[in-house]
Design a protein around this ligand. Sequence first.
Ligand code: 5GP
Length: 343
Amino acid sequence: MRIEEDIKLDYADVLFRPKRSTLSSRKDVELKRTYKFKYSKHQWSGTPIIAANMDGVGELSIAKSLSKFEIMTCLTKQHDLKIIKRSPVIKEIFPHISLSTGTSDKDYKKLNEILKEFSFFEFICIDIANGYSDHFSKFVRSVREKYPTKTIIAGNVVTADMTQELVMSGADIVKVGIGPGSVCTTRIQTGVGYPQLSAVIECADAAHGLGAHIIADGGCTCPGDVAKAFGGGADFVMLGGMFAGHEEGGGKKIKKNGSQFIEFYGSSSNTALDKHYGGLAEYRSSEGKKVQLKYRGKIKDTVLNILGGVRSSCTYVGAPSLKQLSKCTTFIRVNQQFNDTFK
Ligand code: 5GP
């Protein structure tokens, strides 16, 4: 047994130190980024935020709304050829969509069928809860061989060694986060995890050294956290809970005490496993939960609030663009990040 003594940080453990700045207005801050990916050589431009591949979030109707902001959506694994074919706008919004697959034959077959008919999709997200198995790296390698010009996202991992391993196996983008998610119970069920800001900082450093990119996936609770992820070196930030509970997510509205609620659940929750896989295998336990969120209306307002917050963070630290945010970032460690007298 070994204990690592150095402290690892979550978003709530730090704040940005404000710096003198010549920027006069937050409206001058450029949030758009352009990336060229290591293996695919594909060039993507947009606002580097991604809706997570979770039910009620990674949906085509969400993608349609987010694409207006050039924000990406990672569709859930349940999106098969039939569902994609039914979307009237797919040819317009595909640059901001990633398809998803797990490592099962069934998932991969579904992905291959979509790509055979709609070869224009650029992004493939291969994600499993634990990206540390040899089997996973081998799978990424085989997808890279089959699709040399697609941009491959692979995850989830939280350490530099495994980020490098996935990049060397053919991932253009590594997805970072184990246990920080709003409806994730992995840390309670398994005791496994890594504070998300430190994971982002360490994995970004490893990926950038190899010319690859990372997604900070999970754990953002407010626009300030999104900014901190970028400040820590994330190239993209993936949001589940912050994009859940909206009209476009399509969830059934529940009326309670005069308010409306929408259910949101983890991809490994009993609810998701019952819905998509006919229940939980006996040898495993659920690692996600279900919550009821107050209905939040149109996603556009949430997006504007997030982008406004990130722009403002940039002005506070003197970054004229999102690209410069991490260079302008000094984090200070704090014991309390905000005043919660009136919750
Ligand atoms: P959030 O933005 O809600 O904090 O986190 C979203 C991320 O949580 C997703 O992109 C995914 O990586 C992770 N996630 C989603 N569902 C589950 C689940 O049931 N269990 C675990 N461990 N993680 C989940």
